[in-house]
Design a protein around this ligand. Structure first.
Ligand code: GLU
Length: 567
């Protein structure tokens, strides 16, 4: 073939002709797009961020991360937080996934200002589903062809099949890309050799094409780049003529990312670090399109410890699916706060100094984010949860617990709700003050913790200490049952416990007892322990005086007597 007949990318006339052939229906220009989506009027320093999930499944723990960062950065700066649904891969799309993602995000208190919502789309920069933006992408695709920066690649059905397989793995791993880079390069350059007549012919036959970028990059050329999380990087130029539009006219992630984030005015692109290898492509695209490059924040993957080694938290791991936490019994605030401890290294310190503040009061800072993988750990989550729930009021606990129980333990829910006032009084013990009790971190632990308040759930779970004289125990319980009165003040109540023990040779002065324990049968602590076991069924409980008042005189007496009889 005569090479001079090949399409000449430097010839503006030819490029315009090609653009008109490929996109005959596109009449708008990028200028029209910029007029339709004008620059946002926001205060100085305001950040525009977006969470851009693909509706391919549930919200992953690793997805809550970027969404929380985006939310904090936007709302802390008076900016805008957008929910964009990246549904360009119909094959991987899961029905109902977008709705369920929205529900889960709302459950974790993540609020968006713009974007997809359960009741349609909200905001002036939509559509917020990429599937609704095809016309917009085509305007910019046409522009690139007009400028000789993109070209069509007509393929046979088999080739298209292969291409669509590749597109399914949207993240291109550089090392897997070519086994023989030279041969690939030859092939790629070969694709650029076509004539306008060939294009006309293929189009007339109804053949499909993908649109490829005409890359000018040299991978040996590397440029410094600063990622706000990863720090200073060196990014090679992209030399691959990667696909911009698939054969159905739908954009690849790369192209949609550049167009959408430009038009939506995104200032900070916050996404998982698995996108870092694609950065050379994105930088090239922004340059080709004449767009200002946004700031990038590539968030480290979440790791877990397995057999002493760090591994990526995979979709199937416990804790990966954000919908599972509810069933496990975690309040959403506990999980959010835990994520915060992983996101900002100074969060816990701040929280200790400001125990009554919410995580949304914390001055979140990009500088304090870890550039390497955060370790996911249930023990730490439980610890954080206990601290969070310790600050809840009895009302808040009641609401969270009954809501959880109604769904996952309805029998327990009906026990709790039978006498709400009684349950609230039980839950109030040990709350408030400087050192609130930290008895439970998850709702599913509550039954074991507070079951003893309810006769139907009350069981003696422990035994009297070995050295307890059974006859003494019996007498302590029966005698105390006779004199116990829930109207007594704390001092009178305690004096009665002391008296009961003293009669049997249990000393009340702990100092004296500790100096010569062998001289006594035991101390007032032993006496209290026996009573506690009879009343609560175990050796530790919240403040006994308060617990007994909640239980009431009749119930306390009945338990003391019943246990005395069982010994
Ligand atoms: N749809 C992409 C994903 O789910 C979004 C990446 C991004 O935030 O740009 O990974």
């Amino acid at each position: 073939m005569d090479c001079t007949k090949y399409f000449d990318f430097e010839d503006r006339g030819q490029c315009e002709e090609l653009a008109a052939l490929l996109f005959p229906d596109v009449r708008e220009t990028p200028a029209d797009m910029f007029a339709r989506y004008p620059e946002r009027k926001l205060p100085e320093g305001a950040k525009v961020t977006r969470f851009a999930p693909s509706p391919t499944g549930f919200l992953h723990f690793g997805g809550l991360f970027p969404s929380m960062v985006g939310e904090r950065l936007a709302h802390q700066s008076g900016g805008v937080f957008i929910l964009r649904i990246e549904d360009t891969d119909a094959k991987r799309e899961v029905k109902g996934a977008a709705a369920s993602l929205m529900e889960t995000l709302a459950y974790y208190g993540i609020k968006f200002d713009e974007g997809a919502t359960a009741d349609g789309e909200k905001g002036d920069y939509g559509p917020y589903y990429q599937s609704g933006r095809k016309d917009i992408y085509h305007v910019f695709a046409k522009q690139l062809v007009t400028e000789g920066k993109a070209y069509p690649c007509f393929s046979t059905d088999e080739e298209l099949e292969e291409l669509s397989k590749q597109d399914m793995k949207t993240v291109v791993k550089e090392k897997d890309r070519h086994t023989d880079p030279e041969a690939m390069r030859e092939k790629m350059l070969g694709q650029r050799k076509f004539t306008l007549d060939e294009v006309r012919e293929s189009l007339a036959k109804g053949e499909k094409f993908v649109l490829r970028i005409r890359s000018d990059g040299n991978p040996n050329e590397k440029h410094p780049f600063t990622d706000l999380v990863k720090g200073k990087l060196t990014v090679p130029e992209n030399d691959e003529d990667f696909v911009l539009l698939k054969s159905d006219g739908i954009p690849t992630y790369h192209f949609a990312h550049a167009v959408d984030d430009r038009l939506m005015g995104t200032t900070h692109v916050i996404r998982g670090e698995e996108w870092l290898p694609s950065l050379p492509k994105h930088l090239q695209l922004f340059r080709y399109l004449g767009f200002k490059v946004p700031k990038y924040m590539h968030i480290a993957q979440i790791m877990k410890l397995e057999g002493g080694a760090k591994k990526k938290l995979s979709k199937r791991d416990k804790g990966a699916n954000m919908n599972d936490y509810k069933k496990m019994g975690y309040a959403p605030e506990c999980v959010s706060e835990y994520v915060m401890t992983l996101l900002n290294s100074n969060y816990e310190e701040w929280h200790r100094a400001n125990p009554d503040k919410k995580y949304t009061d914390f001055p979140f800072s990009i500088n304090k984010m870890s550039s390497s993988g955060c370790l996911f750990d249930f023990a730490k989550l439980d610890d954080v949860s206990k601290n969070v729930l310790a600050r809840y009021t009895a009302d808040e606990i009641y609401r969270g617990l009954t809501e959880w129980a109604e769904e996952y333990d309805p029998d327990f829910a009906s026990v709790l709700e039978k006498d709400p006032d009684y349950t609230l009084r039980a839950l109030s013990i040990g709350r408030g003050g400087k050192k609130p009790r930290k008895d439970f971190g998850i709702w599913s632990e509550c039954k074991a913790y507070m079951g003893f308040y309810y006769d139907g759930l009350f069981v003696i779970t422990e035994q009297l200490p070995e050295n307890t004289d059974k006859e003494d125990a019996k007498r302590i319980l029966t005698e105390f049952a006779e004199i116990y009165d829930s109207g007594d003040d704390q001092q009178t109540w305690f004096d009665k416990i002391k008296q009961t023990g003293e009669k049997l040779g249990y000393i009340s002065d702990m100092k004296v007892y500790k100096a010569e324990p062998e001289k006594y049968k035991g101390s007032v602590a032993d006496v209290s322990g026996i009573i506690r076991l009879a009343v609560t069924g175990r050796s530790s409980s919240p403040d006994m005086y308060e617990v007994m008042r909640v239980l009431g005189k009749e119930r306390v007496r009945a338990r003391l007597t019943a246990y005395a009889e069982s010994i």
